[in-house]
Every structure is written in structure tokens, then in C-alpha cells.
Design a protein around this ligand. Structure first.
Ligand SMILES: Nc1nc2c(c(=O)[nH]1)N[C@H]1C(S)=C(S)[C@@H](COP(=O)(O)O)O[C@H]1N2
Ligand SMILES: [Mo]
Length: 503
């Protein structure tokens, strides 16, 4: 098969120019999808990224989580976008080939458009975003056709086709980016609508947030007691988009009678405010996946008890993104169903419309986009336990070191957050001689709550030589955080954080 179009020069079926136009069409298709879907599961790269993450060998996923962190997630999304461009590009190549075989250039755009649309729909099942993908890809081929037919000072018609195609794709990329980003980045982490609460509850929220501000230590580069940005860990690249109207939560399994609630049902229960910190089992010892917020919601047993759960061993939380985690029913008893965060509606990235909060445990059992609470008579593995992790238990105690300043008078200040789940923090001890002698750090005044981190700072004179600062937390009952160091996999990092400081 050869190319007899344009200025008659022969070109192989996947000649460089067809390839360029096809890739431009593919990129435009992805941009079209993004323009309509934004960064949601309807965006064609969303399901591909999810598939990639699930098909990846466990060791690679583990490496991505524990070593690459957020970079691993970004790599996953970039790869997914590249695959989507290649997929749509291949569809456009077929469209171009059909047009050439029939010697009818006008067949290229509709064939490309339909093929890309069908591929997008097959990937996402999202009609509108798929139509947009098809339209954008078809349009690029059409502009390429048009450009090849309009005479242009000494530029061959094939080259004009490429220029037209690539040019229009660039426009599509810009437009897609602008359209897709309208509010979607805000929407990802920001609240969709104001949180509706009683005046009493609102006043309490304001007071508690003010208290958290006042009790935060006056240290510039350290997150205050209510985190300014709260980490996110998800099994998928894109977050579910469930509205409060669609949302339902069922209590099922080994219960007297299954019960299903909608959002309005939950809101008839008297709401409360709670500070609670979360920490991810997959973070590094001195990592950044530990944060604190003020949550508004209801005690989760208010929803579970009416179903009659009996004396079973365990419970499985299931979520709208396909996530599931199992843990002892006893841990659920202090659990909370949150629909508000820091005085606002729970952001989509943190589980809108509602998420579970289980005091004292690793982050992973704090199911976001919660849809089902299944009471179980037998233990089973959750999503991460099937992948080798042991992250359903109580968090490990840690004192992190994220702040370091040197004052003009030569003194040094170090600081960070300390967290021990529901065991509580009594003290943070600092050694500036590699662990030979210890002194107590200044702690932030505790916030109300059973499961809340604290900040610490410590100031000392620069010893004039290289020295090692070591930090360890002491739990409320006097237990000193274990020194033995272990990596995040499989049950969370342990050990004392240390840092070498030069004179
Ligand atoms: N539905 C759902 N819930 C989830 C997850 C998820 O991927 N899907 N990730 C879990 C993990 S591993 C952690 S550490 C916490 C993080 O909560 P955050 O993203 O609000 O910080 O949510 C947990 N809940
Ligand atoms: Mo996690």
C-alpha cells in the first residue's frame, strides 16, 4: 500500500507524515476527552492508569509507593496519557489508510472520529467525553486535509497536511487543557459546595479551627496543627465523582437486617466535630504522608447498630472506586463517618460525599467514597493485604524532623510532628550527639481528641562540628518509640528519625 495523494510522492502506509498527522489526531482526541471529563474516571487516561497500576507486578507498585511516592503516581498518569495518544493515533492511522485506499481524503475525518470515539467509549463508558475525543481527532484530520488542498507558497501538499494537522492539534491541546482544568483542580481538592451545619456546630468548627491555629507552634516552614495541604493516597489516578444525591451507604453481611442510607438519612443524625490525624503505612519514616484535619460527621455505629451486627469478628469497608479493606469490628466502634473537613464539604479527593475515619489505625482502612459496611464472620484480606501489606492495624509511633533553622546567634532550631495514634504523645526527646544524651523538646499544647498529632521544636547551640540530631517520641504511658529501623513494607516504617547537621 502506498500513498498516491497530495503531490504524488509515494509514501509507505505508516510514512512519517501520516504518522505525524495520526499522532496529532491522537493527542487532540485525548485533549477532547480531557476537555469534557476533566481529571475524572471519564477521562480516557483514568481507566488506563488504573489498569496499569493493577497489572503492574506487586514489587513495582511497592517501589512506586515507598520510593517514588507522588512521582510514581505522576509517572503512571503520564504513561497512561501516552498510551491513550498512541491508541487514538493508531485509530487515526486506520482512518487515514481507509481514506487513501478509497482515494477519497474526505473519508479520513469521519472514520478517525468514529474509531477514536468508539475506543474512548470502550475505555471509559462516558458518552460525552468520547464524542468530544472523536470530534477533536476527526477535526485534526479534516484540517490536515484542508491544508493539503489549499495551495501554499512552495510547501508540498503533504507537508501542509502535517502542518495543518499538528497546528490544529496544538490548538486542541490548549483548548482541552483550559476547558478540562476549569475548576477541576480546585474541584479535586477543594470543596464542591459549602458544608451545611447548624449554627452551634458552625460556631464549634470556628472555635476549634481557631484553637488549632493558636496552639500551632510559631514555626514558618512546619505544617500547622491543621494541615495546610492534606496528603492523598488512592488506588486510582482519578477520583470517583459521586454526587450526594446519588450516594448510598449499605450495612450488609452478618447482620440481622441489611440497611441502606442515603445522604439525607445521614444528615438527620446529630453531627459532631473531631480532630483526627491520618498516616499512610506506605510512607517513608520521615515522609510527608501524615496529616491532621478537623472532620465533621457522625459516629459510624449510629448507622451500623440499626442493622444488628451481632458479635462478629470483622468488617469490610467497600468504596465506590473498587477499594476494600477489612479489620476488626471492635475498631469500627470508635469510627466516624465524615462528610465535612476543616469546616468545608469533604473534598472529592478525600472521599466526597463521605468517608470512614477509624481512630489510631493506618490510613488505609479509612475508606473514602464509602458505599458499604459489610459485617463479616471471618477474616479476609483487603485490597492492600492481597498485595502483601499489613496495614490494617494501629499506626506506628513517630517523631518527624521537617524543620531546621539556624539563627544569626548560632543557635539551631529543629522541629516536626509527633504521632502515636490513640496511644498519645507525652514527650518528644532530642539528642544532638547521635543518641548519647537526650533532652525534651517543647510540644504544642494538645488539641482535643483521642487521635491527634502534636508539634515539637527544640533549640540548641551549634556545637561547631558535624553532629547527628536524633528524635524519638514517648507515648502517653511512657513507652519510648522503638529504635529498630524497618522499611515501610509490609507493616509501616519504624525507627528514630535522624539528621546529620554540619557546622
Ligand atoms: N476508597 C478508597 N479509600 C481509601 C484509599 C483508596 O485508595 N480508596 N486509600 C487509603 C489509604 S492507603 C490512605 S493512607 C488513606 C488516605 O486518605 P487521604 O487520601 O484522605 O489522605 O485513605 C485510604 N482510603
Ligand atoms: Mo495508605
Amino acid at each position: 500500500m502506498t500513498d498516491r495523494s497530495g503531490d504524488g510522492r509515494r509514501e509507505g502506509i505508516v510514512g512519517a507524515r501520516s504518522l505525524a498527522v495520526a499522532l496529532a489526531a491522537g493527542a487532540a482526541g485525548v485533549a477532547g476527552s480531557y476537555a469534557v471529563a476533566a481529571f475524572t474516571p471519564s477521562f480516557v487516561a483514568g481507566p488506563i492508569a488504573g489498569l496499569l497500576a493493577r497489572r503492574m507486578p506487586d514489587v513495582v507498585v511497592r517501589y512506586a509507593i515507598t520510593v517514588l511516592g507522588d512521582l510514581g503516581e505522576q509517572l503512571n498518569v503520564v504513561t497512561a496519557v501516552a498510551i491513550a495518544v498512541a491508541l487514538f493515533g493508531a485509530a487515526a492511522l486506520v482512518g487515514l489508510a481507509v481514506a487513501r485506499r478509497r482515494e477519497q481524503a474526505s473519508l479520513g475525518p469521519p472514520t478517525t472520529g468514529v474509531l477514536v470515539g468508539v475506543l474512548a467509549f470502550g475505555t471509559t463508558a462516558a458518552p460525552l467525553a468520547s464524542v468530544a475525543a472523536g470530534l477533536a481527532a476527526g477535526l485534526v484530520v479534516a484540517v490536515g486535509n484542508l491544508a493539503s488542498r489549499t495551495g501554499g507558497g512552495g510547501i508540498s501538499s503533504d507537508r501542509r497536511r502535517v502542518l495543518g494537522g499538528v497546528g490544529s492539534a496544538v490548538v486542541a491541546l490548549g483548548g482541552g487543557y483550559v476547558l478540562g482544568s476549569r475548576g477541576s483542580f480546585g474541584g479535586d481538592t477543594g470543596a464542591a459546595e459549602p458544608l451545611e451545619v447548624t449554627d452551634t456546630l458552625r460556631a464549634e468548627i470556628d472555635d476549634l479551627l481557631a484553637m488549632a491555629g493558636e496552639r500551632s507552634l510559631d514555626v514558618d516552614d512546619l505544617d500547622p496543627l491543621v494541615s495546610e495541604t492534606f496528603y492523598e493516597v488512592d488506588i486510582n489516578a482519578t477520583d470517583p465523582t459521586i454526587t450526594a444525591d446519588e450516594w448510598e451507604l449499605s450495612v450488609t453481611g452478618a447482620v440481622d437486617e441489611a440497611v441502606t442510607y442515603d445522604y439525607a438519612d445521614v444528615r438527620t443524625i446529630e453531627a459532631e466535630n473531631r480532630f483526627q490525624s491520618l498516616r499512610c503505612v506506605g510512607e517513608s519514616l520521615n515522609g510527608r504522608k501524615m496529616d491532621n484535619a478537623l472532620w465533621t460527621g457522625v459516629p459510624i455505629m449510629e448507622l451500623v447498630d440499626p442493622a444488628g451486627p451481632g458479635e462478629e469478628c470483622c468488617v469490610m469497608l467497600r468504596a465506590a472506586d473498587g477499594f476494600y479493606e477489612e479489620f476488626p469490628l471492635s475498631a469500627l466502634e470508635d469510627g466516624f463517618l465524615a462528610f465535612g473537613m476543616n469546616g468545608e464539604t469533604l473534598p472529592r479527593g478525600h472521599g466526597y460525599p463521605a468517608r470512614a475515619l477509624i481512630p489510631g489505625h493506618w490510613g488505609e482502612i479509612n475508606g473514602k467514597w464509602l458505599t458499604e459496611i459489610e459485617v463479616l464472620a471471618q477474616e479476609v484480606d483487603g485490597y492492600w493485604e492481597e498485595r502483601g501489606w499489613h496495614g490494617t492495624g494501629p499506626v506506628n509511633t513517630v517523631a518527624k524532623l521537617h524543620h531546621q533553622t539556624r539563627f544569626p546567634d548560632g543557635r539551631i532550631q529543629v522541629g516536626g510532628h509527633a504521632y502515636a495514634g490513640t496511644r498519645g504523645i507525652r514527650a518528644v526527646e532530642v539528642s544532638t550527639d547521635g543518641g548519647d544524651s537526650w533532652a525534651e523538646a517543647t510540644l504544642s499544647e494538645p488539641l482535643p481528641g483521642e487521635d491527634v498529632w502534636r508539634q515539637w521544636v527544640y533549640e540548641y547551640d551549634l556545637p561547631g562540628r558535624e553532629h547527628e540530631v536524633v528524635v524519638r517520641a514517648v507515648e502517653a504511658d511512657g513507652t519510648v518509640q522503638p529504635e529498630a529501623a524497618s522499611k515501610a513494607f509490609p507493616s509501616g516504617p519504624t525507627g528514630w528519625v535522624s539528621r546529620t547537621i554540619s557546622p
